[in-house]
Each structure stands twice: as C-alpha cells, then as structure tokens.
Design a protein around this ligand. Structure first.
Ligand SMILES: Cc1cc2nc3c(=O)[nH]c(=O)nc-3n(C[C@H](O)[C@H](O)[C@H](O)COP(=O)(O)OP(=O)(O)OC[C@H]3O[C@@H](n4cnc5c(N)ncnc54)[C@H](O)[C@@H]3O)c2cc1C
Length: 500
C-alpha cells in the first residue's frame, strides 16, 4: 500500500509503519481523538520489514511452547516458569486490543491477521524429557496453562504432529500441547491499523518518506524528512516522537543525541526459513512445534516447525537459520549500515561483546556459510523424513541485536525488547526483537504510561483504556483472577473469530 498524506504541526510523529508504530498510533488516537498523528515510512509499502508476514515466524508468543522462556530452575530443582507467566499476561493485552479493534471495525479482516494454531513443545532424549515433564508440571499449576496436555506416548504425538515422528528412531520423546495458540500475520495487522489511522481526522501516513535526522529544540522535536520520490528534504516538528524504525532505530537514536543513546551499538543477524507449500505436508501438520536450541545456538535460534497462514493460504515454515549481513534493513538498508553505526563511544562494547561470545561468533560463522544439505540435516533432526524437494529457502527479517555499553560481559543474545525514553518523555524508541511483535500492545501501554500520564489519569482516558484493554490495570496472574482472565480472553477470541 503506497500512501502520501501529510498533516501540519502534528502532536506526534511515528517513525516506521511496523506493528509497533501502528499499535501505538491507534491506541493513542482512540484515547484522545483530538491528537494529530503523522507516520513516516521509508519503504514503498506498509510494514514490509520485520513485521512482514514472511519476515518473522508469526508466533503469538504467549509462553505456551517456547522452551527458551523457561531456562532456569527453582531452588527445588523444578523448571522456573515465571517468565512464561509474565509473557502470557503481556500477550493477553495484545489479544484484548486486537479483539477491540476487530469489534470496532479498525481491523476489518481479523482472520487475515490472527488464526488459531495449537502451540506444541517437542523434546527427545532422556534429559530433555525430564526438563519438559518438570516444565509441564509447574505450568499446569497456573490457571494460564490449565489446558496444557503432556505426553510421552508416541501414538498421541503422532496424532498431534505426525511429521515429527515420521522416520524417527526409538529415543525417548515427549510433547506438550496448548490448543489455544495463535499464528499472527503482523504485517497484515499493522497494515489494517495504519490504514485506519491514516483515514482519521488530523492523521496522515506518507510512505517513501525517510526520517534522516531529528533534534530537540525548545521542547519540540524538529524532524528532517527526505521524500524519496521527489529527492527533496523538509523539516516538520512535533511534541512527541516515537522511533519505531526497527533496524533503522539505532541510527536515529544516535542522531537524536539523547543521553540514553550514548554507547549504544547494534549487530545485525539475518534470518532465513525453509518453507514448504506441499499440500501433502501442509495437510498433515497443524501446529507450531518448538524444540530446544542446539549447543551454542542463541535462544533466538530455537528450531520450530510451524503452520503459517498468510493471505488465506496455509504453508509450513522451519527455521530460523542465521545469515551474515551488514545491513540493518532489507528494503532501504545499506551494506554500510553496520560500519557507519560504529562510533568512538560504542566500538569497545562491540569488541567486548564479540570476545565474550566466542561460541556465538562460531555459531554465526557456521550458519552463515552452511549449504542447503546442512540446512536439511537440521530440518531432519526435527522432521526426520523431510525431503529436499518439498522445501525452498527464503529470507526472514533482520534482527539488529542492540548492545548497551554496560552490557560488555552480558552478551548480545540475552538482550530482549527494550523501550528507551528520554528524561522529558518526549521521545521513545524501541530496540531488540524478542518477544517482539506479540507484546506490541504492552509496549504501547508502557510508553503511554511513561510519556502520556495525563491521558490515563483523566477519567475519560482511563475508561477508554478499559474498553481497549479491559485488564490493563489488573494483575491476571493471581489465582483469584482465573475467571477474569478467561472472561477477557474469551471475549477477544470471539471478536477475532478464534474460537473453535
Ligand atoms: C527472524 C525473526 C523471527 C521473528 N519471529 C517472531 C514471532 O514469531 N513472533 C513475534 O511476536 N515476533 C517475532 N519477531 C520479532 C518481530 O518481527 C519484531 O519484534 C517486530 O516486527 C518489530 O516491529 P517494528 O514495528 O518495531 O519494526 P518493523 O516491522 O521493522 O518496522 C519498522 C519500519 O520502520 C521503517 N523505517 C526504518 N527506518 C526508517 C526511517 N529512517 N524513516 C522512516 N521509516 C523507517 C522500516 O522501513 C519499517 O517499515 C521475529 C523477528 C525476526 C527477525
């Protein structure tokens, strides 16, 4: 979707049209219909970077199947499931907001955006089975996961996900299953949200417009924008700027000059998927099945075999594989992105992170140079009977792993999604990728609480927010909230047509 609509003197400028800007823009406009909001997008279309349907796995991350969210053990030696519980609650904010947007017609085609797909975890080998059993027993105690099923029985696994067992040896196996998982096309979702936003009074969206610089002057941000069609630049100003530029966020943060950006660096890791459209395979697999990252692989490289539903068509996706790149963006990126991001204040952190993550560096080297034969070997450790003729390799999105100065020893791969806000609350930026798009509503909520407290404190703002995200000021994690959680999730599922 190409679009060009400019408004004068916006209150808010959103840089980028991915799921993060789209969500923040719609939530703010709903809270205060008088707000003037302008979106600038460098690419020709809406949400065609990390949020694009094929550039991410589309997993509605709710902690149901991702084993990397439960890596720790409690003092009693059981798997610690707290992080999964937190992510579930954050995901319910997205689900409720999407449900609201569907009821109000902001999202016109909910089934193009979100579909029900069971979330499964699969392990093999005695140690992994022990881990999954403990994780299941801990999760099952919590009302968020009371529908979780566990099995070590091959016949049941064959029923749930037959491809995983086809041609497999006799090693011990186990699987958990949550029926209420989702597959989300974040690109379609962002497009619907931006489309609605740009049709509202005092709101505009201009594609092929790249923000090239920004500076705070007398409490307002002066933003330099390049029209890529007309090769000319202009300046516009706004009281608040959100840098939701994905891989482009780091360089804009550096240009903004806010103290929080000092020492920040970024390292891009490209992604790739194997995709199959074979009707025979697609018919047999209806699930997102997550395993455990092999050896030195970072948590983001957890292998998974997923049903995807994009433009109404089902297909299978396996990966991710890492690839080398120095670009921070696919469409409007340049091979100079990485070298140009290196500054005197971040070069030491980059070197330090490299040295303290030697296994990761070797992992990336191996991944970046691997052949199709090796990629199929990885696929076969998941789906042993896979045949090369059914699969093709495609590019996924680029993750720019953010590195903070004090992160030196902590390493890049442990750095999740982080919102950076300046001291006056007039600029926010989003860095990092995981759990990413799934918790975009929770991220928007945090930004609004920090930068627009007046809107929420006003009676009208609070009650409107209760309409958008009914549980936004409630803690659904406590046992007495089980019924409330079921209630809000069921209402959202109905609006999104997710119910079986
Ligand atoms: C391989 C991979 C798999 C993933 N899997 C999942 C998953 O299963 N579930 C999940 O929830 N998340 C997943 N994620 C994370 C998720 O994709 C991201 O968190 C999310 O899409 C980020 O959205 P965004 O709006 O911040 O960025 P983007 O979608 O990248 O949007 C940023 C936009 O800003 C534009 N832009 C950049 N610079 C400028 C500029 N200077 N001026 C104007 N516009 C600019 C870009 O063109 C782009 O359209 C995955 C990510 C990757 C890479």
């Amino acid at each position: 979707m190409k679009t060009e609509k400019h408004i004068d003197d916006p209150d808010i400028i959103l840089i980028g049209s991915g799921i993060m800007s789209a969500t923040l823009g719609v939530v703010l406009k709903e809270l205060d219909p008088e707000l003037k909001i302008q979106v600038y997008e460098a690419a020709e279309g809406i949400a065609c970077e990390a949020s694009d349907g094929w550039h991410n796995a589309g997993t509605g991350h709710a902690g149901l199947c991702e084993l990397s969210y439960t890596p720790d053990y409690t003092d009693e030696g059981e798997v610690n499931v707290e992080k999964a519980i937190d992510i579930f609650q954050e995901f319910t904010h997205s689900l409720q907001f999407w449900g609201y947007a569907a009821r109000k017609g902001i999202i016109e085609h909910p089934t193009d955006c979100v579909n029900p797909v069971p979330h499964l975890s699969f392990v093999h080998g005695k140690d992994q089975v022990k881990f999954l059993r403990s994780r299941y027993l801990q999760m099952k105690k919590h009302h968020f996961f009371n529908e979780m099923e566990y099995t070590e029985d091959r016949e049941i696994i064959r029923e749930w996900a037959p491809l995983i067992l086809e041609g497999r040896d006799n090693d011990a196996v186990a699987m958990t299953r949550m029926p209420n998982g989702t597959d989300v096309n974040f690109g379609a979702l962002a497009s619907e949200l931006i489309n609605w936003l740009s049709q509202q009074k005092n709101c505009g969206c201009a594609t092929l417009h790249r923000v090239t610089d920004l500076e705070e002057k007398n409490g307002r941000w002066s933003v330099e924008v390049a029209s890529l069609k007309q090769s000319k630049k202009f300046i516009t100003t706004a009281g608040f700027v959100f840098i939701g530029a994905g891989g482009g966020s780091l360089s804009l943060l550096q240009k903004s000059g806010i103290p929080q950006a000092k020492g920040l660096a970024g390292f891009p890791i490209g992604g790739q998927w194997l995709v199959s459209e074979s009707p025979n395979l697609v018919r047999q697999h209806n699930a997102k099945v997550y395993g455990i990252s092999p050896g030195s692989a970072p948590t983001m490289a957890v292998p998974h075999l997923d049903t995807r539903i994009i433009n109404g068509k089902k297909s299978l996706l396996f990966g991710p594989y890492a690839s080398w790149t120095t670009k921070f963006l696919h469409e409007k990126g340049s091979v100079l992105d990485l070298p140009l991001s290196i500054r005197a204040d971040n070069i030491l952190s980059l070197i330090k992170v490299g040295i303290s993550n030697i296994p990761l560096v070797f992992y990336l080297l191996r991944q970046g140079t691997q052949s199709m034969k090796n990629r199929l070997t990885e696929l076969r450790s998941f789906y042993p009977a896979a045949s090369g003729k059914d699969w093709k390799l495609i590019d996924a999105g680029i993750r720019v792993q953010a590195i903070k100065k004090e992160d030196g020893d902590a390493g890049i791969v442990h750095f999740g999604t982080e919102v950076m806000t300046n001291n006056t609350g007039t600029l926010s930026a989003l860095l990092g990728a995981s759990p990413g798009a799934s918790v975009s509503t929770n991220i928007a909520l945090n930004i609004i609480q920090k930068c627009f407290p007046n809107i929420l404190q006003a009676h009208a703002g609070h009650s409107k927010m209760k309409e958008l995200i009914p549980s936004y000021d409630e803690d659904l994690r406590s046992a007495e909230m089980a019924q409330r959680q079921e209630e809000v999730c069921r209402a959202a599922a109905q609006a999104l047509k997710l119910e079986k």
